[in-house]
Design a protein around this ligand. Structure first.
Ligand code: IPM
Ligand code: MG
Length: 353
């Protein structure tokens, strides 16, 4: 197999700590499965602002477009909070998504049995939860023009082109066809024209997928249903902003946002893989961050971009086994857990791969 050029963008806060876990895992996989990685390091977010004065440089964008795949840690932190939105670390991630055309964001929320107690919801409501949020990632209000902030007013534009809704809807239907064959499309079509349009286009696309059951839900209701009865969902399809919000809710259903991986894919399944948790400046540098979201993100990379389903499944079962044995970082620990540091938990998981 050819060598895989993998760009590592650790970023800020706990980003570098979870990236270390990813690197140890990759080293193990290289030696056990005869896959070769060429690891390339790049700067993003606050780290890039400090080095180059920009949240992402042309050099990083070039590295990203050359690489076969990208692992991303997290960006942002108090040090850069006073910068305007356009210069903040987060802007680096948005530019990367947009310039690489990573329009499809897959955020699975899977509850491991061992985390039943870590969730704030009753076990009966979340046991065996396994859902997937498919979030549109390069359009909508995040990128819509015009946008402006003045002293007297400010505005953004929520806009979708037909082709943008069509392609993300197809990702949702294709994903559902490999799962439980249900898509719930989320919008705010009782208020917003852009949502009415979204709903119409999704219905048009659904005609190509007669086996998939399509439903529609208003986003406020979807937020409520996610905490009331999350197991009614299989695949949730949403626009950029709504998916951002709903994916934090669904992450929390699994007990800790430290458990949730994600993939951001282009139209050829090239991807950027990142934990959903963000930079968590409050615990950065302490060696306590939960590495599972990052480890599962590496698992998603093997599945979606590298076509190595077997390795992906091995990683998932290694995580599962580790949790079943009672090992946990603080964020998911209950009174019976054996509490581990980031490094310790990573090592135990890797030993199971
Ligand atoms: C996410 C994050 C990002 C987003 C931020 C960091 C720009 O919240 O990936 O969910 O809003 O998309
Ligand atoms: Mg978010």
């Amino acid at each position: 197999m050819k060598e895989i050029d993998l760009l590592l963008l650790s970023g800020d806060g706990v980003g570098p700590e979870v990236m270390e876990s990813a690197i140890s895992l990759l080293e193990k996989i290289q030696s056990s499965f005869k896959i070769n990685f060429n690891l390339i390091e790049g700067l993003i977010g606050g780290a890039s602002i400090d080095a180059h004065g920009l949240p992402v440089s042309d050099e990083t964008l070039n590295q990203a477009s050359q690489a076969d795949s990208i692992l991303f840690g997290a960006v942002g932190g108090p040090k850069w909070d006073s910068l305007p939105p356009n210069e903040k670390p987060e802007k680096g991630l948005l530019e990367l998504r947009s310039s690489l055309g990573l329009f499809a964001n897959l955020r699975p929320a899977i509850l491991f049995d061992s985390s039943l107690e870590a969730s704030s919801l009753k076990p009966g409501i979340i046991k065996d939860l396994d859902m997937l949020i498919v979030r549109e990632l390069t359009g909508g209000i995040y990128f819509g023009e015009p946008r402006e902030k003045k002293s007297s007013s400010a505005f953004n534009t929520m806009i979708y082109e037909r082709h943008e809704v069509e392609r993300i809807a197809r990702v949702a239907f294709d994903s559902a066809s490999l799962r439980n064959k249900k898509v719930c499309s989320v919008d705010k079509s009782n208020v917003l024209e852009v949502s009415e349009f979204w709903r119409e286009v999704v219905i048009d696309v659904s005609k190509d997928y007669p086996d998939i059951e399509l439903s529609h839900m208003l986003v406020d209701n979807a937020a409520m249903q996610l905490v009331k009865n999350p197991k009614q969902f299989d695949v949730i399809l949403s626009s950029n902003l709504f998916g951002d919000i709903l994916s934090d809710i669904s992450a929390m259903l699994t007990g800790s946002i430290g458990m949730l991986p994600s993939a951001s894919l282009d139209n050829r399944n090239k991807g950027l893989y990142e934990p959903v948790h963000g930079s968590a400046p409050d615990i950065a540098g302490q060696g306590t961050v939960n590495p599972i979201a990052m480890i599962l993100s590496v698992g998603m990379m093997f599945r979606y971009s590298l076509n190595q389903l077997e390795i992906s499944e091995k990683i998932k079962s290694a995580v599962s086994k580790t949790l079943d044995d009672g090992y946990a970082t603080k964020d998911i620990a209950d009174k019976n857990s054996k509490i581990c540091s980031t490094k310790e938990l990573t090592k135990i998981i890797i030993d199971h791969v």
